[in-house]
Design a protein around this ligand. Structure first.
Ligand code: ASP
Length: 309
């Protein structure tokens, strides 16, 4: 029994651990952890207070995957609801579908009585205005939106929350929730709600979740790649390094930034990050009073070749 999470799950990881300690499922633990993060207005990358798209709308992406049976649910570009992770869970439980986007996700969230919220905070609004102001010399008011998105590529305050839990039955669940790439083009969907890219869990082999430039994780099917490598008997660190190596070959147009959190079926866990050992993740076992902080894998195994941009 254990739970791991990205650094910004610090506020919610112990709530998830308590669910597990009380005999709750991995799915309940992951949902509970991420709900706490989604409520924090101070986290500009998730839920309430998430940074908006270029039009000033907060569009949320989230997914959850149950490793018992490969069931999954996800929402993308959902506006106006506080807990996209819970909406994603209900997609998994109530529909024969995996992913709902935009208007459809909104309709479904309404139908299940999900909690509404104004997600754009004063800070989010100001941040967008400040960024637009900073580039106003290079992009005129009447230019297409995509030009403004391009002009803002230099500022990419990222962030996403993810958690992976193992319950007493040995079942694994992974969840990811985010407001995505700050100041993105409206309707842009990242890796977080895409099963196989930002999220994958299979009790037989392990699980993986990603944060960072979603386009990289999408293009290499990062989370599924890690789990597939584990299924062939590859070591966890090897699997992570090799998937990171694939990401480093991509030309993204922006510097590669990618974090892959993973867990093997035997309960081993690790983070591989483009920031190397400077990055860390959190982990908690039954009886822990607070999350343990663990460093990411060293990147030495990847050699010195710089990532493409
Ligand atoms: N992976 C997220 C996305 O691409 C953002 C991030 O983690 O910084 O939407």
């Amino acid at each position: 029994v254990l739970i791991i999470g990205s650094p910004n799950t610090e506020c919610g990881l112990m709530a998830g651990l308590r669910v597990l300690e009380c005999g709750g499922s991995a799915v309940d633990a992951v949902e509970q952890t991420l709900r706490v993060v989604e409520e924090q207005a101070g986290d500009g990358s998730v839920g309430l207070g998430g940074l908006p798209n270029i039009l000033g709308q907060v569009e949320l992406d989230a997914s959850i995957m149950d490793g018992r049976n490969l069931a999954a649910g996800a929402v993308a570009a959902l506006q106006g609801f506080l807990h996209p992770i819970s909406v994603a869970r209900r997609v998994m439980e109530l529909l024969p579908h995996v992913l709902l986007v935009g208007q459809g996700a909104f309709l479904f969230a309404q139908e299940i009585g999900a909690e509404r919220a104004e997600l754009l905070t004063e800070r989010g609004r100001e941040e967008l205005e400040m960024r637009l102001c900073a580039v106003s010399g290079t992009v005129a008011e009447n230019e297409p939106l995509y030009r403004r998105v391009q002009a803002l590529l230099g500022f990419r305050p990222g962030g996403t929350a993810c958690a992976i839990a193992v319950d007493a039955g040995g079942h694994i669940c992974t969840g990811v929730t985010t407001s995505g790439w700050a100041f993105k083009y409206p309707g842009r969907v990242g890796d977080s709600p895409l099963i196989g890219a930002g999220n994958y869990a299979d009790d037989r082999y392990g699980a993986a979740a990603c944060t960072g430039i979603g386009e990289a994780a999408i293009r290499i099917g990062a989370a599924r790649s890690v789990v597939l490598r584990l299924s062939t008997g590859q070591r966890l660190d090897e699997a992570l390094w090799q998937v990171m190596q694939e990401a480093r070959r991509l030309k993204l147009g922006v510097p590669l930034h990618l974090n892959i959190y993973a867990l093997s079926e035997s309960g081993e866990h690790a983070l591989c990050s483009t920031s190397g050992e400077r990055a860390h993740y959190l982990c908690a076992y039954p009886g822990d009073r607070e999350p343990r902080r663990l460093p990411a894998l060293p990147l030495a195994a990847l050699g010195d070749a710089p990532a493409c941009t």
